[in-house]
Design a protein around this ligand. Structure first.
Ligand code: ADP
Length: 508
């Protein structure tokens, strides 16, 4: 296999920047793509070359297969990294990439197909001896078929879309009389979201944790498990905070769940980075939920506790090289936490926010990592997901990591639009979270109480200082001082003093 030297990064935002950085660290060139909305984005400047794709809607840009392939061709790329989201888990895209003689930095199309249909994946896992959530392993034709299955499992049950993702097409059914309408609702939602209406049933597990295992598999058939991530802090089945390792996983459980994940990856004929998601019950039983056949948003927490750069390993694997990870079962070192900083208003039911980021000061200092894609001056639109950045910290213990995350969240200043920052700070202070007593219903139970008041002194002080400064600069820009005018010159000096003052005040 001839080694590739130049990679098309078929994504945007923080993950595009993350992949470009990994390419450069591996001595590879990276080519960015961008939509009209992302002209000024950091990932465009970070790359060695950048190709415009077209208008802002994803269908005209990041989801447009012919345009992506053409971009790779014209810039002489030999490989393509899909990132996450967009086309990353679409088998036909992998086929098109491969047909264009490009190396796909990800799993084989067959593995994506095998794991993309959830009922087929459940059958495959069952055959490989991986425990699956009790339920059906074939799509249900009608509610008539569903009824006896639901009764067998015992209510509550969960209806799920076979093609599912992002929590779509999922319906909780607490009792039999709700089954009919829930079945139709799940089916039509699935049809709309995925173009496939097949649904199946799972037993609804009460208060499980979402625990997932990161794996890396190379072309020689070697599969390595990089322990687990705890992803139970979710809102509407979307993760908001992730940690590694999970406080609920003992070394013995880690071995068992890692073995199950390794078996799952083997059964899928997997290659590259992938994640096996499990639900872990309060009793310590774990069940296969699904496999994500791509790099995940939350991969950095694993990187920090295992000392492995997952994206660089992906690039190596795609180039036919063996994994750089040596030795037997790996042990996590210390503790890592990630908060997804999104343009959403936690005090208004997480309503997505849009607007220009006027000022951005990411936290720095020991043990802090900022995986961002948005900079001051960039506009956050509704065209793409609301992720501004991932704030990740590492500490020797969970306690240290918690303190560090609190400190980092307090250092972060974002002006221009509402973000999830204050929400994260409150979770870090919440006693049950601090004790590690979390499950996937955590936010449903404590969210309202957590977000009762919509202001926070630690955040409002630096924000107010920056907002005042920006207002002053706007006024100054609207009335530029004439050199001969003594009064305007004095005003300008006043603006400068205000700037110094604000800076001094934030850093006190
Ligand atoms: P999607 O692919 O749509 O994201 P998943 O199957 O990965 O759906 O599930 C997403 C989340 O939904 C899980 O993390 C968990 O919080 C919840 N969930 C899924 N299946 C079950 C179940 N059987 N019992 C309880 N909660 C579940």
């Amino acid at each position: 296999m001839s080694a590739f030297k130049r990679v098309l990064v078929a994504n945007r935002g923080e993950i595009a920047l993350r992949i470009i950085r990994a390419c450069h660290e591996e001595g590879l060139e990276a080519v960015a793509v961008y939509s009209e909305a992302d002209r000024l984005s950091a990932h465009v400047r970070a790359a060695d070359a950048a190709v415009p794709l077209g208008a802002a809607p994803a269908s005209e840009s990041y989801l447009n297969i012919p345009k992506l392939i053409a971009a790779a061709r014209t810039t002489h790329c030999q490989a393509l990294h899909p990132g996450y989201g967009f086309l990353s888990e679409r088998a036909p895209f992998v086929d098109a990439v491969t047909a264009a003689d490009l190396v796909f930095v990800g799993p084989p199309a067959e593995a994506i197909r095998a794991m993309g249909d959830k009922t087929a994946a459940r059958r495959r896992m069952q055959a490989a001896g991986v425990p699956i959530v009790p339920g059906t392993t074939k799509p249900l034709g009608s509610v008539v078929e569903a009824r006896p299955e639901a009764a067998r499992l015992g209510y509550p049950v969960l209806l799920k879309a076979a093609a599912g993702g992002g929590g779509k097409g999922m319906r909780l059914v607490r009792e039999e009389r709700e089954l009919g309408s829930a079945f139709e609702a799940a089916r039509s939602e699935a049809l709309k979201a995925f173009g496939a209406g097949e649904v199946y049933l799972e037993k609804y597990l009460e208060r499980p944790r979402h625990v997932e295992v990161q794996i890396l598999a190379d072309a020689n058939g070697r599969v390595v498990a990089l322990g687990e991530r705890e992803c139970s802090i979710q809102r509407r089945h979307q993760k908001l905070i992730e940690e590694a390792p999970s406080v609920a996983v003992t070394p013995a459980l880690r071995r068992r769940i890692s073995d199950a994940a390794t078996a799952a990856a083997g059964a899928a004929g997997y290659r590259s980075a992938g994640t096996i998601e499990f639900l872990l019950t309060p009793g310590g039983e774990f069940y296969f939920l699904e496999m994500n056949t791509r790099l995940q948003v939350e991969h950095p927490v694993t990187e920090l506790v295992y000392g492995v750069d997952i994206v660089r390993e992906q690039l190596r694997i795609a180039n036919g090289l063996p994994l750089r990870i040596h030795g037997g079962p790996l042990q996590p070192r210390g503790h890592a936490i990630e908060c997804r900083i999104t343009a959403e208003d936690p005090f208004n039911d997480f309503l997505p926010a849009t607007g220009v980021v006027r000022y951005l000061r990411p936290p720095t200092g020991p043990g802090v990592r900022w995986d961002g894609g948005v900079e001051a001056g960039n506009e956050v639109t509704l065209f793409y997901d609301p992720l501004i950045a991932k704030l990740i910290v590492w500490g020797e213990t969970r306690e240290v990591a918690l303190h560090r995350m609190r400190r980092a969240l307090r250092e972060l200043v974002i002006v221009g639009l509402p973000t999830s920052q204050a929400f994260h700070l409150r979770v870090m202070d919440e006693p049950r979270f601090r004790r590690g007593e979390v499950d996937t219903t955590y936010l449903e139970r404590v969210g309202a109480e957590l977000l009762a008041q919509d202001s926070r002194p630690e955040l409002t002080r630096p924000l107010a200082a920056v907002a005042a400064l920006l207002a002053e600069e706007r006024r100054a820009a609207a009335h530029p001082p004439a050199p001969s005018d003594g009064r305007s010159a004095r005003e300008s000096a006043w603006v400068q003093t205000a700037r110094r003052e604000s800076l001094r005040r934030w850093t006190e």
